[in-house]
Design a protein around this ligand. Structure first.
Ligand code: GAP
Length: 442
């Protein structure tokens, strides 16, 4: 679709999904705020991922480690050395800076000026612990959540009496001082990761790698991402991250091209062996059968909450030129529908009184809203024509709109409109909750 990126940016602001951070001060450093609908949708994504990992799979437990950790962790992990750095070049004329690997030519893409020689630029975000800002007090905001999992490997395994293979899942904020954050919420300096680390025997690593790659692709397909917009790409050896033996990117066909939304990595014993060496605490595993110690291999699945949200929004955006709402006042220009999977939709049900000037209809509508709002994310709207209200909710991806009309006063029922088919059916108010529960489960 032409200009899909601009359309998504505009819709997400208009409908309260994503706002530019510090907007009244001109924005700040590619940071974004998630509005009322954005936060609901992010929470839905996180809950679906968490349940998928911890409920739908055996032997996966959760963790919530701190963002600030000992700087020694980042030495051991390789993040403070050249391993976690991008090559930065600067234009000698306009002084704009770029990641070298993002450039197609050896000239500045903004002014065609000459570029400096590349230099390494570490991506870790620094801060200070305590009042004295000197070398000794430097700390880092974590660049990936998984390091908190590795250093807690023994704590989790022993407290939960786990035997390999097992997994540890975590959701939390990560920070990277990206040289060129870009493409709206695709690449930012602050983002949230959902990471699962699967600890297994080295000889089983390839088998589990394939297993997790397929599981993760299916997660997106089951949540409605179109097959033709998703692909898995093996990372060429020269592009592998410093910790990875093998990696697959799950890529989505964004308006700006095929880009990674999730990485599946075979990290081998890089993390457990390095943390053992640096900390002096042996993070190995005792094989009771063979009576020997070894470092389990780690298969990692890692996805950004915002990147997946962005992919879900792009994939579900539809425009109907000429309009599809058959109300007389509709201008029949263009209607927008977000055909989000019901489980992802931020608002599940909207409640509308047909008219604003009838006390009884308003009262009944408020009763219905009150009855539903503790079970479903619900939105009450009595402003503008019913057609406009439908269209507003279609843009938000709301699966069901409920209208209370004159007949409702006599029959104690409502009409329920389906976002995708626009079919309307009358449902008795006493049956409304189970009806919606059933529909939203699918
Ligand atoms: N623990 C492994 C790891 O962090 P990664 O490929 O660097 O691997 C994993 O990142 C995922 O985190 C990416 O696929 C992406 O979804 C998300 N991510 C990474 N950097 C990001 C950024 N600057 N902005 C938004 N999301 C990011």
């Amino acid at each position: 679709m032409e200009n899909l990126m601009d359309k998504i940016v505009s819709l997400t602001k208009r409908r309260g999904f994503v706002f530019l951070s510090s907007e009244i001060y001109g924005g700040f450093s590619s940071c974004y705020d998630y509005g009322p609908l954005g936060v609901e949708m992010k929470n839905n994504i996180k809950k679906l991922w968490w349940d998928e990992m911890t409920k739908m799979h055996d032997n996966i437990v959760g963790l919530d480690a701190s963002i600030l950790m000992s700087p020694k962790i980042w030495e051991a992990s390789g993040h403070l050395t050249a391993g976690f750095a991008d090559e930065l070049v600067e234009c000698k004329k306009c002084h704009h800076r770029f990641r070298k690997d993002f450039l197609e030519k050896n000239k500045c893409p903004d002014c065609n000026g000459e570029l400096t020689e590349p230099r390494k630029f570490n991506l870790m975000m620094k801060t200070f612990i305590g009042p004295v800002e000197d070398e000794k007090n430097i700390a880092y905001l974590r660049a990936e959540t998984c390091q908190g999992i590795y250093v807690n490997f023994k704590n989790v395994m022993n407290s939960m009496r786990l035997k390999i293979p097992f997994g540890i899942a975590q959701i939390g904020k990560s920070f990277r001082n990206e040289i060129t954050p870009k493409d709206f919420i695709y690449r930012t300096r602050e983002f949230e990761q959902m990471e699962m680390q699967w600890f297994c025997r080295p000889e089983e690593a390839d088998k589990f790698f394939d297993y997790w790659k397929n599981e993760r692709i299916n997660w997106y397909l089951n949540l409605g991402i179109k097959k033709e917009n998703l692909r898995a790409r093996e990372t060429p050896k020269e592009e592998l991250a410093h910790y990875a033996r093998k990696a697959f990117d799950i890529e989505y066909n964004f308006p700006f091209g095929w880009k990674e939304i999730e990485g599946v990595h075979n990290r081998g014993d890089w993390d457990l062996s390095n943390h053992s060496k640096h900390s002096g605490e042996n993070l190995n595993y005792f094989d009771e059968k063979e009576k020997k110690y070894f470092y389990p291999y780690i298969i990692e699945t890692s996805v950004g909450v915002e990147r997946s949200l962005f992919a879900f929004l792009c994939d579900s955006y539809e425009e109907i030129i000429g309009g599809r709402t058959k109300t007389t006042e509709a201008k029949k220009e263009k209607e927008i529908v977000l055909k989000l999977d019901k489980k992802l939709a931020p608002i599940k049900v909207a409640v509308f009184p047909l008219v604003k000037n009838n006390e009884k209809i308003i009262q009944k509508s408020k009763e219905v809203y009150k009855m539903l709002k503790t079970d479903f994310v619900c939105f009450y709207d009595e402003n503008d024509s019913i057609g406009r209200r439908y269209r507003r909710q279609d843009e938000c991806g709301t699966p069901f709109d409920i209208t209370i009309d004159f007949e409702s006063l006599e029959k104690d029922d409502v009409t329920v409109r389906d976002r995708d088919t626009m079919n309307q059916e009358r449902i008795g108010i006493s049956k409304l909750k189970p009806f919606l529960e059933e529909k939203l489960k699918k």
